[in-house]
Design a protein around this ligand. Structure first.
Ligand SMILES: [Zn+2]
Length: 237
């Protein structure tokens, strides 16, 4: 049997039990094991891992661990290596709506299987968002993030911060129901579908070309402005 020593930095410690945080962990193993495999056996999904050092030399997730190796793992740096497009796990409906509110392209379906989610992430180069570490540990997942919070507003803040998206927010731009980009529409064209008060108080409308949902700067909009304020405030904290 071989042994290696793993030390995780920063927010990678979120995945470890309290008594293993911020300290060198001894891992016993047999045969050829990659750093990815051993890190994940400790609970840390590979898309969260950035720089790796093995005995002070640069290593990768695929590096085969040798007996006596000292492995240091840093969290991936904040920023977005690809277009900020997402695919979200089944339990993240509210986060999906909030991210769409901020203009981000989010695929979401309540009945995606884990395998499907991972495949979509790979095929479309989307970032997989989930709270399920096992899902994020799948080999085909390159870009992913494990949400720490259970609260959907906090989750939005996490995603914006992790992928450095504050400057890329384009509000009032995407359908909350189906992810399509909205188009402007003349008030006359949708008049028969508006409630009397909406007719009275609003003149600018947008429509989703796919599901025909109509949007105006009413209650949705106020909610969205509040969300953006919260997100921007947390970014400067
Ligand atoms: Zn739509």
């Amino acid at each position: 049997m071989s042994a290696a020593y793993f030390l995780f930095y920063g927010r990678l410690n979120d995945f470890l039990p309290r008594d293993q945080r911020e300290q060198r962990i001894t891992i016993d193993f047999y045969g050829r094991q990659s750093i990815k495999h051993l890190a994940e056996s400790l609970g840390v999904p590979h898309p969260e891992i950035g720089q790796i050092q093995v005995n002070s030399q640069e290593g990768t997730l695929g590096t085969i661990t040798q007996d006596g190796d000292q492995v240091e793992l840093h969290p991936i740096l904040n920023g977005c290596p690809v277009e900020p497009r997402f695919v979200l796990d089944n339990h993240l409906g509210r986060l999906t709506a909030y991210l769409r509110m901020l203009g981000f392209d989010c695929l979401y379906q309540i009945d995606y299987e884990d395998e499907e989610l991972a495949e979509i992430a790979q095929r479309e180069e989307r970032i997989l968002l989930s709270r399920d570490r096992r899902l994020l540990m799948r080999k085909v997942v390159t870009y992913g993030y494990c949400l720490r919070s259970l609260d959907s507003i906090e989750q939005v803040k996490e995603v914006i911060q992790r992928f450095d998206l504050t400057k890329r927010i384009i509000p009032f731009h995407r359908c909350l129901r189906c992810n399509h980009l909205l188009e402007s529409v003349e008030k006359e064209a949708v008049l028969d579908r508006l409630e009397p008060l909406t007719k009275l108080y609003f003149d600018e409308f947008q429509i989703c070309p796919a599901c025909k949902q109509i949007y105006w700067k009413g209650s949705h909009y106020e909610k969205m402005e509040k969300l953006i304020e919260q997100v921007r405030a947390s970014d400067t904290e």
